[in-house]
Unconditional design. Sequence first.
Length: 296
Amino acid sequence: MKLHTLFAAVLFATMGTAFAQNATSQDGVKIGGNSLLSKFAPVGALENQAATQYAQTMQQAEKQHALGPDNHPQVLRLRAIANKLIPYSLKWNERAKQWKWEINLLGSKQINAYCMPGGKIAFYSGILDTLKLTDDEVAIVMGHEIAHALREHGAERAVKSSAANLFVKGVEIFAGAKGYDPNIAGSIAGGAANMTMLKFSRDNETEADIVGLDIAARAGYDPRAGVALWQKMGMVNKGAPPQWLSTHPAGQNRIAEIRRHLPEVMPLYAKAKALSLNGIAPYRTNVKGIDPVTYP
Ligand SMILES: [Zn+2]
C-alpha cells in the first residue's frame, strides 16, 4: 500500500470515530451518531441503487414463483413485526421517515435476511423454517438488519473501500465541506451492486446488534431472544446453506455482548409490556437444548 493511500485510510478511519455525534436517546442503548464516513457517501444514490436492485430481485423471484404472496401467513407475520419495529427505528436516522419501507419473503432454503439502504427488507424462508424463529427472534434479526440500514453501514463501507481512491484523485472533500464529489457517486453506488452479500466490519455488527435490541425492546419484543437466536445459529444444520452465518459469525462473544446490554434494553421491554422488570418470566424458545434466558 502506498504511503498516501495508507494515510487516507487512517484519516478516514479516525474521523469516523472522533467526530461521532452525541447519543440520540436518554434511555436505551448509548451510541454515537452515524459514522462521519457515511456523510461522504452519496447516501441518496445508494438508496436509489438499492431500491432498483431490490425491485429486480423481487421481480425475478416472482417469475420463479419464489416471492411470498401478500396473503401468505409468513408475509403477513413479517410485515406485522416490521410495522411494530419501524416507528422505533426513525429516531436513529432522519432520512428513514421518508423511506418507502418494503418487506418481502423469498422462497429459498438459504438462512438469510437483509435490509438494504432505504428500508428494503427481505427474509428467506430458510431462516424462518430452519431456525423455527419465534416472533421475538424474527424481531431480533429484523432489528439487526434495519439497524445496519439506519446506521448507514453500507454507505460507510462504500466510502471506506473508495477512500484511497478518493485521496489519489485529489478530491477536495475537506475544502468542500458540503459532502461528496458527485463524480464518484457512480462508482460508490456501483459498489452497491451486491450489497446484500457483503460483510460488515465487526464494529458494525456489534452496533447493529445493540441498536437492533433497542428497537425490538421498545416495540415489545424480548431482547433476551437474541441470546437464544445465536444459540440456535450455533446449532444450525450444516446441510442448509448458511448465507447469513457467513456474514454474521455466531459466537460466544456475540452472545456475551447481547447479555452485556440487557440492563439497558430490558427496562424498555418491561415498559412496552407494562410489566415490572422482576415480573417478567424467563425467555423460552421453541427448541430443545436451549435453556430459558433469565434477566435480571
Ligand atoms: Zn449484520
